[in-house]
Design a protein around this ligand. Sequence first.
Ligand SMILES: [Zn+2]
Length: 205
Amino acid sequence: MSSAKLIEPPFCRQCASPFPGTVTGETFVCGYCQDLRFYFSRTVCACRAQGVVRDCILRFKYNREMYFGRHLVDWLRGAAQRWIDWREIDGIVPVPLHPRKQRQREFNQAEYLAAGLSRAFDVPVLKGKVRRVKDTGTQTKLDAEARARNLRGAFAVRDETIFKGKRLVLLDDVFTTGATMDSCAKTLRGAGAREVIALAVARGV
Ligand SMILES: [Zn+2]
């Protein structure tokens, strides 16, 4: 399991896309993000979604092989420790699945990962407080714009008071265009969250 391609700096502050070469200065925003505004403040991804990492995600997510889930938590924990000051975080929000999809898959992979991080950093998981109200179907064939359109109004909070003033880590297994995270972050900010940091095991390419 040693051949995971970890994301090392420099990487884009907004979307965690790794950048070949050196960049001067503290923050760097890639060409893709230059004209985009997200509702999360920044993104942290542990690895590139390639090779062994991609295999682990597929086997964990679709075959529920928990052995691979533990590797994902290990990679995630490494990046989370390095790039996030957990003393400032009030809660971890796993990106919810639509109930139909969760029944199909029988578990939410993001909730499993969140439980692992919660134990490592002693920060509560705010599970079931935000729901996916729109069944967006599979998005792998959609481009960034179509994904964003498809995800409009996809999430809703269950309790308006719970996120008010909170600094949150929004967690998913893969970050691709950021459309899912952005839609969910928008809902959390709309419910009064002070900051949302996007965190994923893998950066899709
Ligand atoms: Zn970017």
